[in-house]
Ligand binder design. Structure first.
Ligand SMILES: [Zn+2]
Length: 256
């Protein structure tokens, strides 16, 4: 069975991008856990570099760990921040420069286009920081014009060990509309990744039957606002205990 390594970006002390009360490390972890669980259901062998809120090491160490594990393919989940006034939206699929885009990238690209949630597919060079567009079918081929290795450390290290790793920037966290849209279609997104991997490795895909159709809207339930951080944490713990599957926004100390 195909062997996939899943990396949830950041973790522990390293929150990644923090915006609108959410941290990149939590969103990446939630996605990584869901994708891993579904892949295992389909029979894939899956190794997660982290499956809880821990520090999984630097990008260099993660890339080397992946090269050492020798999977067939690896994915690293992140979210983006566009900064500035012009807000970006949707997902970025980042591919190693020297990798010919496979069934995986073309399938995921197509699925995300259907969800109206694809921003771009690209590679990025280290020295020139050039962005090479890999979105169109002709550019899915190996990028022969490369002048330097990949910009992203984890990708470069994994590739140096012969392992293709794609980075998926799920959405832009500093765009509230994008955040809401992502939560709306998160389950379909998980299935898009899983389905694309199944297609790539010729594993029969079947959408889990116990899953409900994605909700048409996204409703946020707020449990309260508290003067005391301790009280807020108690309520958070209570909610988490009673609804283990609920997404609970981390209590943010800086927002007291
Ligand atoms: Zn990140």
């Amino acid at each position: 069975m195909p062997f996939i390594v899943i990396d949830a970006g950041h973790g522990g002390w390293d929150k990644g991008v923090s915006c609108l009360g959410y941290h990149e490390k939590d969103i990446a972890l939630s996605m990584a856990n869901q994708v891993s669980r579904r892949l295992r259901e389909l029979g894939f062998t899956v190794k997660q570099l982290r499956d809880s809120d821990t520090d999984a090491g630097s990008a260099t160490n993660r890339g080397r760990a992946i090269a050492h594990l020798k999977p067939d393919f690896a994915l690293s989940f992140h979210v983006g921040a566009s900064g500035g006034a012009r807000k970006k939206q949707g997902s970025d699929i980042i591919v190693p420069i020297e990798k010919s885009c496979s069934k995986f990238e073309s399938s995921l690209h197509r699925c995300l286009e259907e969800l109206k949630f694809c921003h771009r597919v690209y590679s990025k060079e280290a020295r020139t920081q050039n962005i090479i567009n890999r979105s169109s079918t002709k550019d899915f081929r190996f990028a022969e014009s490369k002048e330097s290795p990949d910009y992203y450390t984890i990708m470069r290290e994994a590739w140096a060990g012969g392992i293709p790793l794609d980075i998926i920037e799920l959405f832009y966290l500093d765009n509230e509309e994008d955040l809401a849209k992502f939560f709306n279609l998160e389950e379909s997104y998980v299935e898009a990744v899983v389905k694309s991997l199944a297609l790539t490795f010729n594993v029969p895909y079947d959408r889990a039957s116990n899953r409900t159709a994605p909700a048409a809207s996204y409703y946020r339930v707020v449990c309260g606002a508290y003067d005391s951080l301790e009280e807020a944490r108690q309520v958070q713990a209570m909610v988490q205990k009673q609804f283990p599957n609920a997404w609970v926004q981390p209590v943010d100390e800086e927002r007291r």
